[in-house]
Design a protein around this ligand. Structure first.
Ligand code: SAM
Ligand code: SF4
Ligand code: SF4
Length: 338
């Protein structure tokens, strides 16, 4: 397939596409979909508001033609979307697409890992924020212990998928789990990524004081382990990585708050309701769903996406202040998927 490489107004190429395939979830993580707000009366999107697999495939093919190399499926909980392996299979046939990943809470991996791998999935990021059953149950808002997630991790490994663990660290909640999680992941040869708690959405009551920075986490780790920095594998790699000296096990940090990385941000996002976002913190997206449902040609869509990307100048984390936070309508994580 002929590929062009479009750039935004700050010279950043379009390399990644994240697709939130569903806004529903079987968890109610405090920092993402707090149970008080996402309660039994909360109205999720009806099926026809979600992009169909055919629509996602069409868009993915066009995005790959414009330079996208990696696609990550996310949600809500992506494994709640019916027949997700079918979508993976469609995407894996796109010429020029190098990598397909999935971010999941892991609970449904024992059911789907083998099918996903056979369909062409390469890797999964599994979220696990604590090893203590009670605390983890409190965080996920559904009293689910760590057992189902750990089973999911094993299922993914056994299926031959690459596995990374995502841990969001929030002060006063799970910062004491930083070292136990490091030990667990090191012993199980899993790459752990500590994620700074972010001000995504309007429902999680985010405060700067709740953020545990990379610096604080690194200090704790460094007291117990010898770590050496690892060079990024490619332009725009988000995690700052270190290796436990003498091993091939990495540990990474997603420093969205304390050390922003907008200057190398190559990510576009399709939200669960079919809007195109060029930044995790955009209040409003571009209604690409209505556009593609209006009988347009692929060339029209190429023009539409190119125009949006060419005009992109997002740098929210670089310029985050109390003012920018207040004055911005934000999209919930369950719509945009991280
Ligand atoms: N349900 C899946 C999961 O939990 O992995 C996929 C969707 S979830 C929204 C994607 C990622 O965003 C997860 O790793 C989750 O921990 C992270 N996340 C959610 N809310 C966050 C926040 N406020 N700050 C930082 N990361 C967050
Ligand atoms: Fe669900 Fe993932 Fe959000 Fe937790 S972080 S509520 S598992 S979407
Ligand atoms: Fe990219 Fe926006 Fe995050 Fe900056 S704030 S790294 S532009 S998604």
């Amino acid at each position: 397939m002929k590929q062009t490489h479009i750039k935004d107004s700050l010279n950043r190429p379009l390399r990644d596409l994240r697709i939130s395939v569903i806004d529903r979830c079987n968890f109610r993580c405090q920092y993402c979909m707090p149970a008080e707000i996402f309660g039994p009366d909360f109205v999720f999107l009806p099926k026809n508001e979600l992009l169909s697999y055919e629509e996602i495939e069409r868009l993915a093919r066009i995005f790959v033609g414009l330079g996208v190399e990696k696609i990550r499926l996310t949600g809500g909980e992506p494994l709640l979307r019916r027949e997700l392996p079918l979508l993976v299979e469609k995407l894996s046939q796109i010429e020029g697409l190098e990598d397909i990943g999935l971010t999941t809470n892991g609970v449904l991996l024992p059911k789907f890992a083998t099918q996903l791998k056979a369909a062409g999935l390469k890797r999964v990021n599994i979220s696990l924020d604590s090893l203590k059953d009670e605390l983890f149950g409190e965080i996920n808002g559904r009293n689910v212990g760590t057992g189902p997630v750990i089973k999911g991790i094993h299922a993914a490994k056994e299926a031959g998928l690459g596995v990374k663990i995502n841990m969001v660290v929030k002060k006063g909640l799970n910062h004491e789990e930083v070292l136990p999680m490091a030990k667990f992941c090191k012993e199980n040869s899993l790459q752990l990524r500590y994620i700074e708690y972010m001000d995504v959405g309007d429902t999680n009551g985010w405060k700067m004081d709740d953020v545990v920075t990379k610096k604080e986490i690194f200090q704790q780790l460094n007291e117990h382990y010898d770590l050496e920095p690892v060079d990024p594998d490619y332009f725009g790699e988000v995690a700052k990585r270190y290796r436990y000296t003498g091993t091939d096990i990495d540990v990474g940090f997603i420093t969205s708050v304390s050390e922003s990385f907008c200057s190398s941000c190559t990510r576009s996002r399709l939200s669960a309701n079919g809007q195109l976002y060029t930044c995790l913190f955009n209040g409003e997206g571009h209604d690409i769903k209505s556009f593609i449902r209006s009988n347009v040609s692929d060339d029209d869509i190429v023009g539409y996406v190119t125009d949006i990307w060419n005009h992109r100048n997002d740098r929210y984390s670089d310029v985050r202040t109390d003012e920018t936070r207040k004055n911005r309508k934000k999209l919930e994580m369950s719509y945009i998927g991280g």
